[in-house]
Design a protein around this ligand. Structure first.
Ligand SMILES: [Zn+2]
Length: 308
């Protein structure tokens, strides 16, 4: 049943680069639980600007439905939203808030980090180029990225699980040299356009959230409530990946496990006994989320008891 837009919305926004793995499904279920238990709508957005594998988006939507996630309204595909991203870049440019950057990735890595900036921050090489210097670089055929001219070097956000979080802001890329709008821009523009006021996602994205909240402020867009949830890691403590074994729903089906078995394992990792997302919704308490990552041994976890 669609919820009135006035109540706000949560979302899940996968990249269709392959099948969702159990870590992705767990984050999606958490985002759905946060939204549904706070009276919000829940929307899906497919981040298909880059790294698209044919058929992956359809399989991801099927898998989300199979674990009991429902959503409101049509799925939004970012590839249909290019004019909105261009309009936002144009607005910032008109306000003197952007500049062209001709640096290669390698040049940025080799350049000294900005004096007060975080490790890996853009050192500002192209920030104050003269028009003649820009013309020279264009004549060399270097593709220009568009960067934000930031006037802060940090920004504070509030996260439901992490509290006040202060993080670095640099002159982030808004549009890459190949013309593709950057994630930090598209996420901000789309969250606002979709009425999303609650962002629940993996805590690997916490560090880039101050940049996004700052950008939202510059664009006059409201900042959502954030909850960055712990990731699922493999035995080596690295982010779960395809090579870790039977990590997708299809892999689990091949082992004889149902989507309900996978939901039960995810519920268990959150401290609940439930076999459906509907059951989980009845008992879910956001403040009880374990703050540590879930270490998963994908095959062993789902083997029926007694099997080697
Ligand atoms: Zn540059």
């Amino acid at each position: 049943m669609p919820t009135s837009p006035s109540t706000g919305a949560g979302r899940y926004a996968p990249s269709p680069s392959g099948d969702l793995h159990i870590g992705n499904l767990r984050t999606a279920i958490l985002a759905w639980l946060f939204a549904r238990t706070t009276g919000r709508a829940f929307v899906l957005r497919v981040d298909d600007l880059d790294r698209v594998r044919p058929g992956a988006a359809e399989r991801q939507l099927d898998d989300l439905a199979a674990v009991g996630i429902d959503w409101d309204g049509p799925v939004v595909y970012q590839s249909t939203r290019l004019p909105s991203y261009d309009a936002s870049v144009a607005r910032l440019t008109a306000a003197g808030r952007t500049y062209e950057c001709y640096c290669t990735r390698r040049e940025i890595q080799q350049a000294a980090t900005a004096p007060h900036g975080p490790m890996g921050a853009y050192p500002g090489t192209c920030r104050d180029l003269t028009e003649a210097e820009r013309a020279e670089r264009r004549a060399q055929g270097r593709p220009a990225a568009i960067r934000l001219r930031a006037d802060v070097d940090e920004y504070v956000i509030t996260d439901l699980l992490h509290g006040e979080y202060r993080g670095a802001v640099d002159d982030l890329v808004l549009r890459r040299g190949d013309g593709v709008p950057a994630y930090n821009l598209t996420v901000v523009v789309d969250d606002a356009a979709q009425g999303i006021d609650q962002v629940v996602r993996g805590d690997d994205l916490l560090a880039s959230t101050p940049r996004q909240a700052y950008l939202a402020e510059l664009l006059g867009l409201p900042a959502p409530v954030y909850a960055h949830v712990p990731l699922v890691l493999n035995r080596e403590g690295k982010r779960l990946a395809k090579r870790d074994g039977a990590v997708s729903l299809a892999d689990q089906r091949a082992l004889g496990n149902t989507p309900g078995d996978v939901v039960a394992a995810i519920a268990n990792s959150l401290g609940y006994t439930a076999r459906t997302t509907a059951e989980l919704r009845e008992v879910f308490e956001p403040q009880r989320i374990p703050v540590k990552p879930w270490i998963l041994e994908p095959i062993g976890l789902f083997r029926p008891e007694g099997c080697p």
